[in-house]
Write a protein that binds this ligand. Sequence first.
Ligand code: GLU
Length: 358
Amino acid sequence: MKQKRIAIKIGSNVLTRANGTLDVTRMSALVDQLAFLHKQGFQLVVISSGAVASGRSELNLNKKLDSVEQRQLFSAVGQAKLINRYYELFREHGISVGQVLTTKENFGTRRHYLNQRNCMRVMLENNVIPIVNENDTISVSELMFTDNDELSGMIASMMNVQKLIILSNIDGIYNGSPSDKDSKVIPTISKDDYIDTYIQASKSTFGRGGMLTKTTIARKIAEEGIEVIIANGTKEDILIKLCTQPHSTICTRFIPSNSNVSSVKKWIAHSEGFAKGAIYINENAEKALCGANAVSLLPIGVERIEGDFEKDDIVQIIGHEHTLLGVGKTQLDSEKARNLIGKKGQKPIIHYDYLYLE
Ligand code: GLU
């Protein structure tokens, strides 16, 4: 039987105490649960925050640093501390862990993407649990993941997991303000449920994320056929309960769609930020692409091309009213593509298999 693969994202607020120091007791409780699941045969990929927070509590700065310098310094110190703790805690269970540090850019080219995927596959095949975090020491603001929720979504999609569990310090998505005693956790959210009015825009204390990004990511990942759960990582045995008695445990579950999205499409879906150009298409092409049938983008449907790109680069597809329709991997470089604009009977510029529409 195929082993069940789960990605678990542990947020900074789960791992840090109110004063910003690493909560080792909590970490240890989570590691016990992860070890239990690992021994039950689940393949686990852990995405753990906490580097910046644990570095912050380690250092007393006597010089004022800007926010980028602070993040770089704290994460350099804190990540070492964090992974060391994981290593020690898992070792007590006889389980090996490995560190994977990544940046958003590593998801931008197919080659890096596949390298990362292979690395984690080899780890899993050898019973090593990957512990992933953003490499905050070298990622600069404009190219950073919005937060580790975004990173966990990209990892879940890349590793083709069945389930992504996002652990935070609240029970799930509420149908009102979480501080209001009448508010309740929404147990399931499916594609067409409108919930955005309830979502708090406020961010968590130590992490970069908030409920808004969690929900956006969760929806996108569920759309790719992966079940996403948002739950409270500070509750006793939460991971075990979510995996063994999922229906009686408080959490918010995003129902996965049945679609079987190919791995190339998943990569493209998360590569929007790396687009090297834009293809503006006409109304007919837009109707065809957004219709029920799967169609490729042909030169006849193109009105204009912006930017310089190579074959196999990611480009944006812009509709006739200038809205972003999606992204795709081009089969032609920008020069060749421009020469074919409006021409009939040509090969597609973007093949259906390499097209991802919003
Ligand atoms: N990578 C950051 C850290 O380890 C966390 C980012 C986030 O809060 O989502 O501290």
